[in-house]
Design a binder for this molecule. Sequence first.
Ligand SMILES: [Mn+2]
Length: 257
Amino acid sequence: MGPKILIASFKMPTEKMSEQYRLGGVDFSLLTQDYSDSVTAAGGYPFILPYIAAKESDEEYIEELISGFDGIILPGGSDIDPALYNSYPQKNLGQIYPERDRWELKILEIAKKLKKPILGICRGFQLINIYYGGRLKVDVCGNNVDSEIPHMALMVPKYYKTHSIEIRKNTRLAKIIEKEEKIAVNSYHHQAIEKVGKGLTVNAVAPDGIVEAVEDQNYPYLFGVQWHPEMMSARDSLQLRIFEDFINFADSNKNKK
Ligand SMILES: [Mn+2]
């Protein structure tokens, strides 16, 4: 069997669901389908990790919960509580779910303790940066932002290549992409890294300087991207390679005990 990959889902409160899903006030664990499809296409076995409020502070439980898996994906989603990087709610901050932030930071902490391979996507990438002591810009798409690049490109299909990124040499992303120094990616984020966390190496930047990929070169496998490769991988083999690289590492790593 290939590696078992755990993907964090998020709790969607009943009042945020459309009427037909407000079944007696139940909440949902949600994850967009593209993550599971991309993991499967790359040779992995996807599993969905729910948010469990009752176990939020129970490290022993969380350790047991994730220890049988070979890799962890922190996916995209809502904005992150600015208090986690010593800031405060500002104009244009989106909806935040502080309990989800705490839960996923705890998952990340324990996954690192267990030396699990970790892949962060969009919000997951930003959360990794915060974990390493970095900061975010609350909004890079507002009227007073001088970039020409629409980082929150909701007007185009999910796989649309909105902007280019320049890949830095001697990084994991350079190894994954091999020949190209520049590739084009989709873009569905209105927050971005302001200060890179200590211990993270920038792997790629957009033409306006926005950081689009990071890794920890002193950890077996911790890599994050600001775009959404899971929305592109069915059409773009370069984007599928991000998942293949992660799955291949998780596969070779699982026999090391
Ligand atoms: Mn972008």
